[in-house]
Write a protein that binds this ligand. Structure first.
Ligand code: TMP
Length: 227
């Protein structure tokens, strides 16, 4: 496909939204290549997806298999109506969460196993990202002077599980994944993210690997090739 598909994954609160916004700004700028960039997310990247997101997150209990299928339905519609058409136009799609989130949360943490990955592959007709960036951070437990209570302990254990599951996925396919240490300043993370994306895009024939890296607001940026 003509475009480039980059996905951000990681636990909650690792800074995906901030990095996505910055990367999009950089790539859209004339000095950054003047690419058409679509930023989007799952769940909820389409109108139907918004309704499915409501259904998943309405607060009440959703049976784990129903939840997995709702994520897959959101994904199927999103990829078919928004992501694939953008890639076919030659756009850069920068997406917040994708199949790996289902593998990690529903398949791993909720215990539904490998079937979850197959369902997502079917839902997306095997659309695989060109690059997945795992923003990695040790789950913060805050500085507490007391023992964690049961709920806090479970939350911390869950976050540790999620973190490890994303790292395991990245280790499985190092050519398509980059793990970026997200426990640093926004600007430092951005420099690494930009460098990784630029190199991968250059490998796909888009832009130049020698282009400058962020921060996006840097007025000294040089052009880095035509889209
Ligand atoms: P977010 O939109 O703030 O990232 O929140 C989405 C939540 O949904 C997050 O806790 C992870 C979860 N999620 C899954 O469990 N499975 C999925 O397939 C996706 C896309 C998200």
């Amino acid at each position: 496909m003509a475009g480039f598909f980059v996905v951000f994954e990681g636990g909650d609160g690792v800074g995906k939204t901030t990095q996505i916004d910055r990367l999009a700004g950089l790539l859209r700028a004339p000095a950054g290549g003047g690419f058409e960039v679509l930023t989007t997310r799952e769940p909820g990247g389409t109108q139907l997806g918004q309704e499915l997101r409501q259904a998943i997150m309405h607060g009440g209990h959703v049976a784990p298999r129903a939840e997995a299928l709702l994520y897959a339905a959101d994904r199927a519609h999103h990829v078919h109506t928004k992501v694939r058409p953008a890639l076919e136009r030659g756009a850069v799609v920068i997406q917040d969460r994708y199949v790996d989130s289902s593998i990690v949360y529903q398949g791993g943490a909720r215990g539904l196993g490998e079937e979850v990955e197959r369902i997502s592959r079917w839902a997306t007709e095997d659309l695989v990202p060109d690059l997945t960036i795992v923003l990695d951070m040790e789950p913060s437990q805050g500085r507490l002077d007391r023992e964690l209570d049961r709920v806090e302990r479970e939350t911390a254990e869950f976050a540790a599980l999620i973190r490890q599951a994303f790292l395991d996925l990245a280790a499985r396919d190092p050519d398509r994944y980059a793990v970026v240490d997200a426990a640093r300043s926004i600007e430092d993370v951005e420099v690494d993210v930009t460098a990784v994306v630029r190199a991968a895009m250059a490998g796909a024939g888009l832009g130049s690997a020698d282009a400058p890296v962020g921060p996006a607001a840097d007025p000294g940026l040089e052009p880095w090739g035509t889209p």
